[in-house]
Design a protein around this ligand. Structure first.
Ligand code: BT5
Length: 274
C-alpha cells in the first residue's frame, strides 16, 4: 500500500514534479536535518548558487525568527525552506525592494495556502501569516552585500502544515495553528511548496518589473492589521498604541495615534488589540 501524499517525506522528485516555476526551486536541496535553512542557503550563496536556489528541510535544530527568536521546527510535519534571491533592482531601488520582500513572501504563502486548501489566511504586518488570530507561518529575510553588485537576499519561510495542536509546546498551543488543524485534513507539503514558489516567483518578477501598485493593493486586501487597534513594540522596549490606517508605498505601516498624529512604522512587532 502506498503512503498518502500528505504523509510522504519531502523528496526532490515529488517537489520538482509539481513545480511550474521558471527559476525558483529548479536548483533544490532537500535535507533531513539542518540548523537553519537560512544558514544553509547563505552557505550555498557563498558557493555561487544560482538565483532561485531552494533549501528545504524536514527539521531544523536552530530554526530562527526575527531578532534571534526560536522557530519551532519538529521533523516531518511542516515546511521550513529558504529561497536565495540574486535578482535585484537598481542600487537606488534596493532599499525599497528589501522592505517589500518579506511582505511579498507573506502574500505568496497566503495565496498558495488558499489555492490548495480553500482557507483564507490573512497577513499581519509585516510578515506573519494568520488564520483568525493564530500564527500559521512566518518569514525571515536576511540580506547581504546590499549596495554592491553581489547583493543577495535569503527568504526563509516557516509554515505549520501537518502538526497537531497537542504537538505544539505549551507556549505556542494557544497562539499557533496549522493547516491540518484548520482544514481538518493533512496537506501535501510537496504540492504546497511548489505552489508557494510559483506565487513567490510571480510576485517578485512583478515587483521587479515596477508593478509596485499591484502588490500594495493585494497586500492591503490581505492585511488583517489595517483598521485594527494595535500596539507597536519598538526597539528599546518602547510601545505605541493607535489604529492601523494603511500601508505606505515603502511598505511601512501608518498608525494614527489617539491624539490624531500619524506615524509610519518601518520595523517593529505589532500586537492586534481586541
Ligand atoms: C518569524 O519570526 O515569524 C519568522 C519565522 C521564520 C522561520 C523560517 S523556517 C525556515 C527559515 N529558516 C530559519 O531559521 N528561519 C526561517 P518572528 O516574527 O520573530 O516570530 C517568532 C515567534 O513566533 C516566536 O517567538 C514564537 O512566539 C512564535 N513561533 C515560534 N515557532 C512557531 C511556529 N512553529 N508556529 C507559530 N509560531 C511560532
Amino acid at each position: 500500500m502506498t503512503m498518502p501524499a500528505a504523509f510522504q517525506p519531502l523528496n526532490a522528485q515529488n517537489i520538482q514534479r509539481a513545480l511550474s516555476t521558471k527559476t525558483f526551486g529548479r536548483m533544490l536541496h532537500v535535507l533531513e536535518e539542518v540548523a537553519s535553512t537560512n544558514t544553509a542557503a547563505a552557505a550555498l550563496a557563498q558557493e555561487s548558487a544560482p538565483n532561485g536556489t531552494v533549501v528545504v528541510a524536514e527539521s531544523q535544530t536552530a530554526g530562527r525568527g526575527r531578532l534571534g527568536r526560536h522557530w519551532h521546527s519538529p521533523s516531518g510535519k511542516n515546511l521550513y525552506c529558504s529561497v536565495l534571491l540574486r535578482s535585484m533592482p537598481t542600487r537606488e531601488q534596493q532599499p525599497l525592494w528589501l522592505c517589500w520582500i518579506p511582505l511579498i513572501a507573506a502574500l505568496a504563502i497566503s495565496r498558495a495556502v488558499q489555492v490548495l486548501t480553500n482557507l483564507k489566511p490573512s497577513v499581519k504586518w509585516p510578515n506573519d501569516i494568520l488564520i483568525g488570530n493564530r500564527k500559521l507561518g512566518g518569514v525571515l529575510c536576511e540580506s547581504s552585500g546590499v549596495g554592491t553588485a553581489h547583493a543577495t537576499v535569503i527568504v526563509g519561510i516557516g509554515l505549520n502544515v501537518n502538526i497537531r495542536r497537542d504537538e505544539f509546546p505549551d507556549e505556542l498551543r494557544e497562539i499557533a495553528t496549522s493547516l491540518m488543524i484548520e482544514a481538518q485534513h493533512p496537506c501535501d507539503r510537496a504540492a504546497l511548496l511548489a505552489a508557494l514558489l510559483v506565487e513567490l516567483e510571480t510576485r517578485c518578477e512583478s515587483f521587479l518589473a515596477g508593478n509596485h501598485g499591484d502588490i500594495l493593493k493585494e497586500y492591503m486586501l490581505r492585511c488583517s492589521t489595517i483598521g485594527r487597534r494595535v500596539r507597536i513594540e519598538l526597539a528599546h522596549g518602547e510601545q505605541m498604541d493607535g489604529t492601523a490606517d494603511s500601508i505606505q508605498t515603502d511598505g511601512s505601516l501608518r498608525i494614527i495615534r489617539d491624539d490624531r498624529t500619524t506615524v509610519d512604522i518601518r520595523a517593529g512587532d505589532v500586537i492586534h488589540l481586541r
